[in-house]
Design a protein around this ligand. Structure first.
Ligand SMILES: O=P(O)(O)OC[C@H]1O[C@H](O)[C@H](O)[C@@H](O)[C@@H]1O
Length: 242
């Protein structure tokens, strides 16, 4: 964050020394056997003070750490100024220096309504409502394909974070998924990835989502154009493409 390499911090150097001298001696089952309080010493529970009741449990006890290692890790965070960068992030300062941007993931979770001084941050809540409305229409079957049939297949086209993010969310929220909706993720520029996926899709019942932050990524745009051509090969009318 400051532009310094992590390895230049003195806490990092100390961690390296500890690792070199101790790592072969750190065996998790022995650490638990030596200290019955290990779980409570190396875990922390946070309960939400407002909003929906939420508990977060941070459990570091299963990591290869000792009190000294934990202390040195915290020293490293302090030395690297993580706290002040956290505050700058919440304030909407441009801590992404390579793109001269604010880092606004926090705006997506801004249920407390705090003010983020960055253009566009105030649009998030409206977009989230729109996402909810759209996804509910697809899940309920109200959103139809171009011939009026219910959607049963979704193809996410994107690469990098625009592929891994949707994959991660789909995997993580699987218990809540609508099981008769099949999800596919196409990321590879190699046409086989899309071609093999399209064999499993019916243009009348498939929804394509083009996920890209910039809309300039060659892989995403090429696959999106190929998917559109495939779709229009049957649907014919461009009015069916958003
Ligand atoms: O979301 P996009 O603008 O299409 O970018 C998609 C991906 O492109 C590249 O692979 C970048 O290295 C990734 O960080 C990014 O997630």
């Amino acid at each position: 964050m400051s532009g310094r390499l992590a390895s230049e911090y003195s806490a990092w150097k100390k961690l390296q020394q500890i690792y070199d001298s101790e790592h072969s001696k750190l065996v998790l089952k022995d650490l638990f056997a030596q200290d019955p309080e290990r779980f409570s010493k190396f875990s922390k529970e946070y309960n939400s003070t407002h909003g929906p009741s939420t508990t977060l449990l941070l459990d570091f006890s299963k990591n290869l750490i000792t009190p000294e290692i934990l202390k040195t890790l915290l020293d490293l965070a302090k030395e690297a100024d993580v706290e002040s960068f956290r505050d700058k992030m919440f304030a909407g300062e441009h801590i992404n220096t390579s793109e001269d941007r604010a880092v606004l993931h926090i705006a997506l979770r801004n249920f407390g309504g705090f003010k983020i001084a960055e253009a566009g941050a105030d649009e998030v809540s409206g977009v989230l409502s729109h996402i909810k409305e759209f996804t509910e229409a697809v899940r309920s079957g109200a959103w139809k394909g171009y011939t009026g049939k219910t959607i049963n297949t979704i193809v996410n086209i994107g690469i990098g974070g625009s592929d891994l993010g949707p994959v991660m969310v789909t995997e993580a929220l699987k218990p809540y998924a609508k099981r008769d909706l099949t999800a596919h993720f196409v990321s590879n520029i190699d046409g086989t990835h899309l071609a093999e996926t399209l064999r499993l899709c019916d243009p009348e019942t498939t929804l394509f989502i083009i996920a890209t932050k910039t809309f300039t990524t060659q892989e995403a745009i090429t696959n999106a154009e190929s998917a559109r051509d495939w779709f229009l090969g049957t649907a014919k009318d461009k009015a069916h493409v958003a």
